[in-house]
Design a protein. Structure first.
Length: 79
């Protein structure tokens, strides 16, 4: 039987039940998609909480495109 993972261990990068994603592109390379959970992200950032609660286009598309960060940096921030 598989042991349960510790609570909070890399919850942002689990695609299971994710309801939002960040798409990050590093210059001319293929985009990276980071599935996230709005509830977890909202609990850690008032900026993102506001984005999810108000009328931002990202709320409708369920995706935010970020072009000024490298994918490996985004992974460090979320993980």
């Amino acid at each position: 039987m598989q042991q349960p993972s510790p609570c909070g261990k890399r919850p942002f990068l689990s695609q299971e039940l994710s309801d939002f994603s960040f798409t990050v592109r590093d210059r001319d390379k293929s985009p990276w998609r980071f599935p996230i959970h709005t509830m977890v992200l909202s609990s850690q950032s008032v900026v993102f909480k506001s984005m999810f609660e108000n009328e931002f286009s990202e709320k409708e598309t369920r995706n935010a495109f970020i072009s000024d960060i490298k994918p490996w940096v985004m992974e460090l921030l979320l993980g």
